[in-house]
Design a protein around this ligand. Sequence first.
Ligand code: ADP
Ligand code: ZN
Ligand code: ZN
Length: 762
Amino acid sequence: YEVKDIIACLDETPIINHLQFSFWDWISDYYQSNLGDVYKAAIPAGLKLESQTKISYREDFTAEARLSKTEELIITVLKSSKDVNIQTLTQASGLKNVLPQIKKLLEKGAIEVEERILSSYKEKQIKYVRLHQSIKEDEIGEKLNSLNRAKKQQEILFSFLNLSKIGIAEVPEKVTATELLLNSDSTSSILKALVDKQILEIYFESTDRLDFSDAEINPLKELNQHQAQAIKEIREGFESKNTSLLHGVTSSGKTEIYIHLIKEQIDQGKQVLYLLPEIALTTQIITRLKHVFGNKVGVYHSKFNDAERVEVYNNIQQNNPDKSYQVILGVRSSIFLPFSNLGLIIIDEEHENTYKQFDPAPRYHARDAALFLAHLHKAKTLLGTATPAIETYANCKQGKYALVELMHRYQDIKMPEILLADLKEAKRKKRMKSIFTPELYEEINTALEKKEQVILFQNRRGYAPYLECKSCGWVPHCENCSVSLTYHQYNNQLTCHYCGHSTQPPQSCMQCESTNMVDKGFGTEKIEDELRIFFPQARIARMDLDTTRSKTAYEKLIYKFENHELDILVGTQMVSKGLDFDHVSLVGILNADSMLNFPDFRAHERSYQLMAQVSGRAGRKNKQGKVIIQTHEPKHPIIQSVIQNDYVGMYQTQMSEREEFIYPPFYRLINITLKHKNNGLLTQAANMLAQSLRKTFGIRVFGPQAPVINRIQNYYIVNILLKIEKKSSPAKAKWILNREANNLKAIERFKMVMVQFDVDPM
Ligand code: ADP
Ligand code: ZN
Ligand code: ZN
C-alpha cells in the first residue's frame, strides 16, 4: 500500500480497543465480509469522519479584479458568516449552482477553499438563560419597573426570578430557556426582547444525552427452589464449559436468574452484555434491570439517534467505575460496543432469527459472534430460551455447552391449555365468522366478558397479502421486484415489502378489466378491521412493523396493554417474543399453516418456536391460560408437539430430517448470491461459478437457482448453495470460494456481477 500523510489527530486516546480489532478480524474472516463493512457496522455513524469543504473570504484580497453581481453576493455571504460550505452558501445566496462562481472567485484570488476532516458527532447543547452580566442584583427591582409597559417581558423576568429555588429573594444562576418559556407561558421572541435590552442573556452548555439520574435500588428477589437449582447448575456448568444453555419454559423465571448472575459480575467489577432479539423487549426488561441496578444499566439499539449512540459508545469506552454502564441491554449491534472487561454475555431468546444480520454485510449472527467475543474477554456466555435453536440444543447434546433445564413455571402456574380449531371443517360447515372459527370467536367473547386480555397472532402484516382478479386470476406485482404487492388499508396503497414501492390499487383488473378484485389471505391489519366489526366494544391495537416505526411507538403500545387500556393486541412475531403481561387469558393463532408450509428447511422448527412462544404469553402470574390454534391440518406432527409441549420430540424428528437432507447442524451452509440487471448474463456467470465450485466440492454444490423472489429493485438474483461437511475445514472452503469468485470477476463481461456470501444463512 501507498502510505498516506496524517492530516489531523482527532482523538487523544483511541476510540477502539485491541479486543475490538481482534473481534472485527474474526467477523470479517468468518462471515467473509470486507473489514470496511465490519467497521461501518461497528462504529456509530456519529464517530465516523466526514470530509467538509470550508469556503472563506481572503482578507488580503484587493478587489482589483472586477466582480460580477453574483460573485459580489457570494462575497457578502462569506464576509458575514463563518464555517461556510457549499450547501450553506447555496442556501444563503439563493443561487441554484454556486460552483461556477466559486471557481472564478478562486481564480481571482478572492476566496480560499479548504478540505477538512470532521467527526459528525455534535454534543448536545442546552440553551440557558441568566441575568445579563452588566446588571447588579440591587438593580433588578428597577429593571422590573422599567418593564411596566411591556407586561409580557415583565412576566418572563418574574418567572425567571421565581424559578430560583428560594424564591424571589435570590437570583438564580441560570435556568433553561425551555423551562423559563414553559413557566411564563411565553415565546422566544419576547425573551429575545429582554436579551436585546441587555436584561437577560442566553448562552449554551454542552451536556450528556444519557440519563444518569439516580434510580431507586431494590434488593434482588429471592429465587425459588427450581430457580436456585438452575443457577447452581449454571455455575457448575461454567466451571468446565464456557457456554451454558438455560432451557426454561416460558415464565419459569429465567430473567430473574439472569439478574442474579449480573449482580455477581458487577460486584466483581466486570461488564455484562445482555442481548435481546428485539427492541420491543428492551422496554420491559430495562425497567426490571433499573429496579435493581439503577443507572449502572444502559440500553443500545437502532432507534437511538447517531448522537445518542456515540454517547453510549463513549461511556463504555471510558469504563469509568463511577459513570460508566456496567450492564448493556441491547440488540445484535451491541456486540460491537467497546467493552474492555466483559465477564458474562447473556443471550436471551437465543433461538430468534433476528440475531442474524441479513443485509447489508457483515452478515453475522450475533449469538455465534458473541461466543467469540466472550472467548476474547475470557468471559462466559449464557443462552436462554424456552425453545432452543436445533443447533444450540445439538451443541448441548454433544457436550460442547452445559444444559440446564427449568421446567416449572414460576409459582407452578400450569402451562396453557392448547386447543385446535379445524379450519377445513368450519369452512365446510359454513361456520366461519370471516377469518374466525366459531371456537376462537367464542373464546374472544368470553375473555372480553371476563375483562381479560387477548393476543392474536398472524405471521403477516398488511391488510391482505395480495389482490386477485376473481375472473382471470391476475395479481398486481411490483414493477421492480418479482413479488405481489401487499394491500394496506390504512393508506389504501399496494406496497412492495421488498423495495417500498407504493401504488394505488387498480379499480379494475389490468388484464381482463373485471372489477371483481378480491383480497386473498389476510395480514394483521385485516384482523384488526374484522375485530372492530365483530367486537365493536373492545379496545384493539396492532403491533407490527407498520405501527412501530416511531421511536416510542413500542413503549406506548406495551404500556397501554400492560395497564389494561387495551383488550386485544393483534400482532406479528413481535408479540411472540418474551413479553410478559399479567392479564392475558387467551392467545389465538390465526393460521398455523402459512408458517408450516413456508419453503425453508427451518420452517417446522420455526413454527414450533413461534407457536410455543406466543402460547407462552397466555396465563402468566396467576392463572392458566388458553390458546387456540386455527389450522387446516390439526394432525400435523409439529402442531401435535406444540400441544404436548414436547420440545425434545420435535428436536429428534428435526435432527433425523436434517441428517437425511444434509442440513445444519450436520453440515455448514454458505449461500452465494449473484446479482445483475441482465438476467441472461447473470445465468451465465452463475453457471460458470457453480461449475468451477463443483471441481472442488462436487455434489455439495446446489444450484444456481432463482429464489422465490428473483428480482429486487431491478436486479435479478440467483443463489448457489454450498454444503460443507462438518469435519472439513471451513477456512479452506472459504478460501477456495473467494478464489473462484475472484476468477469469475476477472472476466471482463462479468466484472459488474455482484457476488455476496452469506455464511450460516438463516
Ligand atoms: P421468563 O424470563 O422465564 O419468561 P420471568 O423471569 O419473566 O420468566 O418470570 C415470570 C414472572 O414471575 C415475572 O413477572 C417475574 O417477576 C416473576 N418471578 C420470577 N421469579 C421470581 C422470584 N424469584 N420472585 C418473585 N417473582 C418472580
Ligand atoms: Zn419492489
Ligand atoms: Zn382479470
